[in-house]
Design a protein around this ligand. Structure first.
Ligand code: NAP
Length: 461
């Protein structure tokens, strides 16, 4: 009997979980999408609008009232209206006194106004507690349920209690609130959605610059040089041969540039004898975009694989092969297999395949969904140890490709070495310096420095 009554208790509705009414000013795209999501999450929603007529677009369980009437029904009011229309709130200042006003607005340009929209709102309605939130979530994502990309909601505000109330709503909607501090952080939060690939700028501009340089370099060596000296037209190299020279060169250089800042950082820390001094700004920025550099490198490596796969079906290659066969037949000679060349060719292909496989593995582990599932040590193992192994394999692939052609005079046209020789400079420097850095006489002090030891402690007792 007792057991039964406890079961009945468990099944009884929990009245303490009843959600408080939320008011939304503005029945535009964002207001409606947020209102819809809130109703789904169990919040009674009341809209404050210039027109109290309901429309089929407005969630059917929501009430639509005038701004003043709607504001009186809730302690939290979400202002889903563009900043330039905020003036209509001034006459409502008395009703809004003590209420939590949530500013969700964005601007069209970075730092468009001297103060953030949320601070402007706080100036217009001084008696209200303003909280900035939701501006990085799109109406479309709220409506379609594809919130994976924007599950985080940045929240900031001066009133702790008001901020907590908003963060509770964020959680109830299935999103993750990230407390960014006081309202002073609002300007930065408002700038987030306007940033254009901030971490991608350096890798993209660098690869564009390098692509242009290597394109004209290869054009000079492989198209203009034979035309000038042999009157041969190799202009069709522009379609496949030259891109297939540029792609591996860029993949290798960019991969080496992922590891070069780490080498610089180690040298700086060893020189200073401490890790408690900031790196120069350029190095900080470079370190922050290593993942993007690596992904651009992977894109070039993948293109190299695709270009290489089509080599056997190229008309020029088929013509050259059949010419060699015909010439052997006409001269009645059979060229014997050069075992050294066969070894070199198979080895460089094998190194390339293994290097590319690890390259892809590195790319996959850098995806947030994968990296979130490995611990810090596993992530470091993959990105550092496997990363260096990838760099070693790809460098070896290029070195073996060069084989015995490095010293051959035909490799230098107008004194210009082949592009793959240029691509080896940075990777070789990185690998040699890294090798020196892992020698125990340098590795030990470096490890101690990274664990907090200082050669000349700044704050010694
Ligand atoms: P919207 O579709 O243009 O709607 C804005 C609403 O503001 C209108 O529907 C209207 O509602 C109200 N309004 C317009 N002029 C007004 C005036 N003079 N006085 C008072 N109210 C006025 O804009 P939205 O896309 O919903 O965006 C609303 C806010 O959310 C903006 O600040 C935006 O930056 C922010 N936001 C939008 C998104 C998004 O994906 N759309 C994402 C994040 C943040 P009534 O007709 O009901 O009065």
């Amino acid at each position: 009997m007792k057991k039964n009554s406890s079961n009945t208790m468990a099944l009884a509705p929990n009245t303490s979980n009843k959600r408080e009414t939320v008011c939304i000013f503005g029945t535009g795209d964002f207001g409606r999408a947020l209102g819809h999501k809130m109703i789904q999450s169990g919040y009674p929603v009341v809209f404050g609008s210039r027109s109290t007529q309901t429309s089929p677009l407005i969630p059917k369980d929501a009430e639509v009232l005038s701004h003043a009437e709607a504001a009186q029904k809730a302690a939290i009011i979400i202002i889903a209206i563009q900043r330039q229309h905020y003036n209509f709130l001034t006459p409502l200042a008395e009703i809004l006194h003590g209420k939590v006003l949530v500013d969700v607005s964005n601007n069209l340009k970075i730092n468009q106004y001297p103060e953030s929209n949320a601070e402007y709102l706080a100036q217009l309605v001084p008696g209200a507690k303003v909280v900035k939130a939701f501006n990085t979530v799109s109406a479309w994502a709220l409506q379609s349920g594809t919130l994976d990309a924007s599950r985080q909601v940045f929240v900031c505000g001066d009133d702790m209690e008001a901020k907590q109330m908003v963060m509770d709503i964020v959680r109830a909607l299935g999103l993750t609130p990230l407390d960014q501090g006081s309202l002073l952080a609002a300007q930065e939060i408002e700038n987030y959605p306007l940033q254009l690939f901030p971490m991608w700028k350096f890798p993209i501009f660098l690869s564009l610059g390098l692509t242009a340089f290597f394109f004209f370099y290869s054009l000079t060596r492989d198209v203009i040089y034979p035309y000038v000296y042999e009157k041969e037209d190799f202009s069709f190299f522009i379609a496949i041969s030259i891109p297939n020279r540029i792609c591996p060169v860029l993949a290798l250089i960019l991969l080496a540039l992922v590891y070069l800042p780490g080498v610089f950082a180690a040298i700086i820390q060893l020189y200073r004898g401490t890790k408690y001094r900031r790196f120069p700004d350029w190095l900080d920025k470079w370190m922050l975009c290593r993942k993007q550099l690596g992904l651009v490198a992977l894109a070039f490596a993948s293109l190299h694989v695709l270009y290489t796969l089509v080599i056997p079906i190229r008309s020029f290659v088929r013509w050259r092969t059949s010419n060699q066969i015909v010439s052997q037949a006409l001269n009645n000679v059979t060229e014997s297999l050069n075992i050294t060349n066969a070894w070199l060719s198979d080895s460089y292909l094998a190194l390339g395949i293994l290097g590319f496989f690890l390259f892809v593995l590195l790319g996959i582990t850098s995806l947030p969904s994968v990296s979130n599932n490995v611990n810090w040590r596993e992530f470091r193992f993959v990105q550092s140890k496997l990363g260096y192994l990838t760099l070693i394999l790809c460098t070896a692939h290029t070195l073996v490709y060069g084989g015995n052609r490095f010293l051959s005079p035909s490799s230098y046209r107008w004194y210009l070495p082949n592009t793959y020789m240029l691509s080896l400079i940075i990777p070789c420097i990185v690998l040699v310096v890294k090798f020196v850095l892992i020698l125990p006489c340098l590795d030990k002090p470096l490890t101690r420095i990274r664990q907090g030891w200082e050669r000349n402690p700044q704050y010694s007792e």
